[in-house]
Structures are given as C-alpha cells and as structure tokens.
Design a protein around this ligand. Structure first.
Ligand SMILES: NC(=O)c1ccc[n+]([C@@H]2O[C@H](COP(=O)([O-])OP(=O)(O)OC[C@H]3O[C@@H](n4cnc5c(N)ncnc54)[C@H](O)[C@@H]3O)[C@@H](O)[C@H]2O)c1
Length: 280
C-alpha cells in the first residue's frame, strides 16, 4: 500500500481506526466525519472501556465496528492512537509490522525504546507525531540539521492538571498559597514522561524532534494563580536561538486536554489527505 498520498486517498476512502474514544479520539472522529469524509471514513473503534467505543459509534455511524486493538490495526489503513502511553508503543510496533499509517498522540510511551525507529526504517508504514500543544517543532526540525546545544521545556500547569500523576505517589504535592509559583520537577524528558505520563507528551515530542529524551531539559511548575497550561520552549544551537510560548485554551470537551493538541492532530490529518504542505 502506498502511504500518505492524496492519490491513494482519492482512489479509495481511507478506513480509519481510532484507539481510545475519549476527548481526542472523539474529537478527531467528529472532524473526519465532518470535514474529511471525501477522503476517509471511521471504520473501527477500540477502547478498553467498551461502552466509550459504543457511545462514540452512536455519534459517528452505525456501520462502524467496535473491535480489539490488534484487529483494528490489522484492518484499518490509518490508525489514530489517542489512548494511553501504556499502549502507544505496541500500536506503533504492531502497526509498522503491518505497514500501516499511524498517528500517535501518547508520545510519552515511545521514549523508552528505539526499536520502533528500526522497524520504521524497514516498514512501508509511516508514523505521524503531531506537534501537540507546543509551537516551534518546525524550527527545531530545521535546526536539527546542524548542531543543537540545548533544548529546554518549561511547563506551567494549574494544580488540578498535575494531581494524580505517579510522581506524587512518592513525593508530597507542594503546599500552595496566594500567587506562589513552585517548581515541582526538574530533570530530563525521559524522567519527566515517567513521572507525569499524562502531562508531558510535549516533552516527548520535543525530544523526538530535537536532541533526544536524555538531553532535553524539563521543568514543571504549578501555582494557584495558573489558569491554563503554558509551555515555553528554548532552543540554542548553530542556527541561532528559538523561543516559543504557548498559552493553551482547554478543549471544549475536557479542561485537561489542550485544544491546540487536538487541532494539531487535525492539521496532520489535513497533511495526510492533501497534496499541499505548508511549513517544514
Ligand atoms: N500529543 C499531545 O499533544 C497530547 C495532548 C493531550 C493528550 N495526549 C495524550 O493522548 C491520549 C488521549 O488523551 P485524551 O485527552 O483523549 O484522554 P481521555 O482520557 O479523554 O481518553 C482516553 C481514552 O482512551 C481509553 N484508553 C485508555 N487506555 C487504553 C488502552 N490501553 N486501550 C484502549 N483504550 C484505552 C480510555 O478509556 C479513554 O476512553 C493520552 O495518552 C494523553 O496523554 C497527547
């Protein structure tokens, strides 16, 4: 099967499978139905809470089949993973073995092994990783063609966005009052995604785009005065310096998920379905 091509898209409607029928999976399913229906159709859904898959099926179409993860990967042409870091590596590895097109949201799950890189080189499949809730990935991809000395991410989240992370099973959540800002984590992207698997997909995206998870520095801050998630990126190298800040509105369905993360996946879908690409 050819991949990523507009021509393939007009010859056949791509059969899309969505793994994880929550905020992002649900929103992307609705986008495909509303805006990309000439090129693609959601054909398969999977969620480890089956009722979520059936509830999304009701909104997207009666002919959709709710199937197991492996059946979905075998049968769909384009697989959207929007489930969990615990499953994204399996999706990528199994999908590449079957030469599939894969759009991955739980990027943190891809950092602790590079086996999938090797698989990707041997596969006719393709992996897309949207920029998520950060800006500047295009600049970093360009800067990477020469020496990058430093990549740093400073993430600021309201306390509710961080509570429940595995990191706070061993460490106490900081005492917050007034406008006090507290740095709760300072370390590598590799350690950050283990400590905050649901929170720092952006650290994983940045690592893969730049100098890898061991060298990418991450700070996570919280404060009662933070209202939205904010990500600041700082890159320094032979091409110069890059600094971006995104202050993210929450998605309409779920305050914990940044709207820009969903929209960046929509932008990747547009790239897949279109014959024009703007930006690096
Ligand atoms: N790349 C980014 O910029 C970015 C941004 C936000 C969230 N995310 C990640 O995307 C994923 C989805 O986020 P969301 O906001 O839609 O979360 P969500 O909780 O709203 O939805 C996740 C859905 O996946 C299902 N699920 C969880 N584990 C599963 C598994 N092993 N197999 C099948 N289904 C499973 C859940 O039941 C739920 O329905 C999360 O891993 C999240 O960390 C990525």
């Amino acid at each position: 099967m050819g991949h990523g091509s507009f021509f393939w898209g007009i010859m056949h409607k791509l059969k899309v499978g969505i793994i994880g029928c929550g905020t992002i999976g649900g929103a992307l399913g609705k986008w495909i139905k509303a805006k990309f229906k000439k090129m693609a159709v959601v054909a398969y859904l999977c969620d480890h809470h089956e009722e979520k898959a059936y509830s999304l099926k009701k909104k997207l179409g009666r002919t959709i089949r709710v199937v197991s993860l492996r059946e979905l990967i075998r049968k769909a042409d384009l697989i959207i993973e929007a489930a969990s870091a615990s499953v994204s590596r399996e999706v990528v590895e199994f999908g590449l073995k079957h030469h599939k097109m894969l759009l991955i949201m739980s990027v943190g799950g891809l950092l602790d092994s590079d086996r999938w890189f090797k698989l990707a080189c041997e596969s006719r499949g393709r992996v897309w990783i949207p920029s998520g809730a950060i800006a500047g990935v295009d600049g970093i991809s360009a800067a990477r063609n020469t020496k990058i000395r430093r990549v740093k991410l400073i993430t600021k989240k309201p306390p509710l966005g961080l509570m429940g992370a595995p990191y706070f099973q061993k460490k106490c959540f900081p005492r917050l009052h007034g406008k006090r800002e507290v740095c709760v984590f300072r370390g590598s992207a590799l350690d950050a995604v283990k400590a905050f698997p649901q929170n720092v997909n952006v650290a994983a995206i940045l690592s893969l785009a730049g100098i890898g998870p061991r060298r990418t520095e991450v700070e996570i801050w919280t404060s009662l005065r933070y209202r939205v998630n904010e990500h600041e990126i700082y890159v320094e190298g032979d091409s110069g310096k890059i600094r971006t800040v995104t202050s993210n509105a929450p998605s309409p369905e779920n305050a914990k998920t940044s709207y820009l993360a969903i929209l960046s996946a929509v932008a990747v879908l547009k790239k897949i379905f279109s014959s024009i690409e703007i930006g690096t």
